[in-house]
Design a protein around this ligand. Structure first.
Ligand code: UDP
Ligand code: MN
Length: 294
């Protein structure tokens, strides 16, 4: 009985060895075979989005960090946005420097103080800071060959910006415009559009302005900024509320403006203003035992 089993085993052994050998060579060959891959399709080449440069003048006050936080939370969600923060100060403050380092978006931190004689009620604000932003942009791009895609807009630190606004301004060819909410003593101001062209202004304040529009109501292509190297915000001869008109006059005409936001019928940005905070109960003595940045 045992010998019968043994002879069967001997009979089957060569076949077993052959099967093992075949399996072995098969698996050793497997890696050499090209892995099955779907035929390579050329990914459609999408042109890169033009960057948006947001120039924000900012100054030290109790609500500054809160305002900048609100702004960063919006800007962080916008693709290819470069934030140019310009402090109204003789030097970069620690608060803003720390903030910028943790903002989580591309950021350039500049500073220039407003001369004391211009720090008066009724005079335009942030002229020097916006010009510093313009100078930085021109310096960065002037030696590069055209075309230089890009869009610039002036984003005050206390306004409210919808994400849709950035989609609209991204396609600015020269100078684009749109309505601004809560400004000029009205619920909104807007460029009046007929047949795709700006023909006038719906405004409650100084309708005689050549461009009756708030700083938050327009964007300019980088190309226009570079080809008008002298266009800046003026101190001399500028009347209150004329900053926008004085600037836009240097780079465009009303006929040339590109209406955005569904022919200027949608409000995508609001000229919100932050209430002055009440710090009437801040102690003069017996301060808190820890120093906390607010
Ligand atoms: N700003 C500034 N220095 C000042 C006052 C204002 O840099 O002395 C900035 C401010 O942070 C804001 C912009 O200039 O980004 C416009 O100022 P504000 O919002 O006070 O003006 P308004 O809303 O009245 O036009
Ligand atoms: Mn404001």
């Amino acid at each position: 009985m045992k010998s019968l089993l043994f002879s069967r085993f001997l009979l089957l052994l060569p076949w077993g060895l052959i099967v093992i050998l075949l399996l072995e060579t098969d698996s050793s060959r497997a890696p050499l075979a090209p892995p099955a891959r779907p035929p390579q399709q050329a990914a459609p080449r999408r042109p890169a989005l033009p960057p948006i440069y947001a120039i924000t003048p900012t100054y030290s006050r109790p609500v500054q960090k809160a305002e900048l936080t609100r702004l960063a939370n919006t800007f962080r969600q916008v693709a290819r946005l470069h934030w140019v923060l310009v402090e109204d100060a003789a030097r970069r403050s620690e608060l803003v420097s720390r903030f910028v380092a943790r903002a989580g978006l591309p950021c350039t931190h500049l500073h220039v103080p407003t001369p004391r004689r211009y720090k008066r009620p009724g005079l335009p604000r942030a002229t020097e800071q916006r010009n510093a932003g313009l100078a930085w942009l021109r310096q960065r791009h002037q030696h590069l060959p055209p075309p230089q895609p890009g869009v610039l807009f002036f984003a005050d630190d206390d306004n409210t910006y919808s994400l849709e606004l950035f989609e609209e301004m991204r396609t600015t060819r020269k100078v684009s415009v749109w309505p601004v909410g809560l400004v000029g003593g009205r619920r909104y101001e807007r460029p009046v559009v007929e047949n795709g062209k700006v023909v006038g202004w719906y405004t409650g304040w100084r309708a005689d302005r050549p461009f009756a529009i708030d700083m938050a109501g327009f964007a300019v292509s980088l190309q226009v900024i570079l080809s008008n190297p002298k266009a800046v915000f003026k101190r001399r001869g500028s009347q209150p509320g004329m900053q926008e008109s004085d600037f836009l006059k240097q780079i465009t005409t009303v006929e040339e403006l590109e209406p955005k936001a569904n022919n200027c019928t949608k409000v995508l940005v609001w000229h919100t203003r932050t209430e002055k905070v009440n710090l009437g109960n801040e102690p003069k003595y017996h301060l808190d035992t820890v120093k906390i940045e607010v």
